[in-house]
Ligand binder design. Sequence first.
Ligand SMILES: [Ca+2]
Length: 223
Amino acid sequence: MVAASLVFSPPDHQVDLNDYSEWWAWVKGANWKHPHGPGSSIKGKGDYPVVHISWFDAVAYCKWAGKRLPTEAEWEWAARGGLQNKIYPWGDEPVDKGKVKANTWQGRFPDQNTLRDKFYGLAPVASFAPNGYGLYDMAGNAWEWCADNYNNTYYQAIRNGASNPKGPATSYDPEEPYARKRVIRGGSFLCNDSYCSGYRVARRMKTTEDSGMEHLGFRCVQD
Ligand SMILES: [Ca+2]
């Protein structure tokens, strides 16, 4: 048996944005060392974010390193960089206006990319300015696993109480009620206002714990 992972495989024409199978390919042998499949490698890519990592593998790595994954609340606190009520880690200026601020998808997703930020796929970490806490890539480039289970109504339920919330005890996604999902944050090189706008600091997404994807990685935190 050969493990597989999801690799971005762009169409050459405009597609229905409700059908992600139009741009994701399930590639046998794609993994963190071979991000585009068996013929690819990470040679010379030591300063790129690691991707094709399941939630379990991310947790195991953090533990090995004496660290842990951030909670979703910690992640958002960090992404805001000390700003209050701003849309992005850098403030309110739209992602495609002014100075290039993050690695996102520019143009018509997923078949036309204007490369205004100079990167079609992943970018080396710290290619753009850090936020107010000195943190790089809190928007765009690669989605990041959080420790929390995903529940679509969790923050509505705790709105008037919790400080430093740690996430719900179990996951629940009404779109896929039987799949165990974790929160991912930050958006990726595939995010575009027409599709996911994951680079907004409040944007929540989720995926199944065992998913590997070309645009999903993680960062560790330490107490
Ligand atoms: Ca880009």
